[in-house]
Design a protein around this ligand. Structure first.
Ligand code: TUI
Length: 309
């Protein structure tokens, strides 16, 4: 039995990336109800908003779900308290080191799977008590590391003994099967689920993903220590100018987060921040979550059975 499914009590080891402003109740509940793990993106949510979002998921489905905590969020300590008091079963983290919170999650019986972009951090997370590791390659959207998924995943699999989930560059059953062949026991997808029927995201943003090719994204913000991958548009140029002008990290972050909200809620694809991964080029239509998951399982099972050369 797959260790991720066994540990979390889910049918399929397919996670929804905890995307800020995108991974909200309708999408989270759809992924969990289809047998995967829906994960609320708590980035930018006040503690009250997060509590309400958790209740909204519970009203829609009684299956397992998780919360992603963005470690650079100004509300992070309050969000941790909400997760503990609401007895959320699974937590993933992004954009930082969650070590200082891990003991209280373990005591509360919450499974914790940090997202990491590098091998050394994966090792540190296992020592700090992580139940699993989400290894995210630089193909992913949003805040990214430097190493590709195909290079990162087998090295993290060899470095830790807890189960590994592959993220970045995966959008169909072929990518799922490839991740399994690299030693991962599950996959996490953001961009594919953003372009789903259930995602509470403006159609302009979804259509920008459908129109993208494999070279449509850019990484900006390296000089701030916060590289962010977005679909190239006017906003990307503003990011580049901010870097040239030597603006502060806070100014960059405000621009990025404000731009993400404009893209998601208002469909501003010109000056919004279209966080998406390179695999956007593979995505040709907006599909229902259940159809996405079914295709992944059917194709991956077929490929893995027929795998011999
Ligand atoms: O977190 C993500 N993806 C994100 S977060 C985000 S919101 C944002 N907006 C503006 C600027 C920055 C972020 C949009 N997309 N993915 C998981 C992820 N975590 N990728 C990379 C990391 C990471 C980076 C450094 C994890 C740990 C880390 O540790 C550094 C340390 O403290 O050792």
């Amino acid at each position: 039995m797959n260790r991720i499914c066994e540990m979390l009590g889910i049918r399929y080891p397919i996670f929804l990336g905890g995307m800020a402003h995108v991974s909200r109740a309708p999408l989270v509940a759809a992924v969990s109800a289809a047998g995967g793990l829906g994960i609320i993106g708590s980035g930018g949510m006040s503690p009250e908003d997060l509590r309400e979002e958790i209740s909204a998921v519970r009203r829609k489905t009684d299956t397992v779900f998780g919360v992603n905590l963005l470690l650079l969020d100004p509300y992070i300590d309050e969000q941790v308290n909400v997760v503990l008091s609401e007895h959320v079963p699974v937590v993933t983290t992004g954009a930082g080191n969650p070590a200082k919170y891990m003991e209280c999650f373990a005591k509360a019986g919450i499974k914790i799977l940090p997202v990491v972009p590098a091998v050394a951090l994966a090792r540190r997370m296992e020592r700090a008590g992580a139940d699993g590791i989400i290894a995210e390659g630089t193909e992913a959207g949003g805040h990214v590391g430097e190493v590709t998924t195909i290079v990162l995943v087998p090295q993290i699999v060899d470095a830790v003994s807890v189960p590994v989930v592959a993220a970045g560059g995966i959008a169909d059953g072929r990518g799922f099967a490839a991740a399994i062949m690299l030693g991962a026991e599950g996959v996490q997808m953001g961009t594919r689920f953003l372009a789903s029927v259930e995602a509470p995201v403006h159609d302009n943003f979804k259509n920008a993903i459908l129109a993208a090719n494999e070279r449509s994204t850019r990484v900006t913000g390296r000089s701030f220590g916060a590289p962010v991958r977005t679909i190239a548009n006017q906003m990307t140029k503003r990011f580049v100018n901010y870097e040239k002008e030597g603006r502060s990290f806070e100014e960059f972050e405000d621009l990025a987060v404000g731009g993400l909200q404009r893209a998601v809620y208002e469909g501003d694809v010109t000056s919004g921040s279209l966080m998406a991964g390179q695999i956007a080029g593979l995505i040709a239509e907006t599909r229902p979550v259940e159809a996405i998951i079914k295709e992944m399982i059917t194709t991956a099972n077929k490929l893995l059975r027929e795998g011999a050369l």
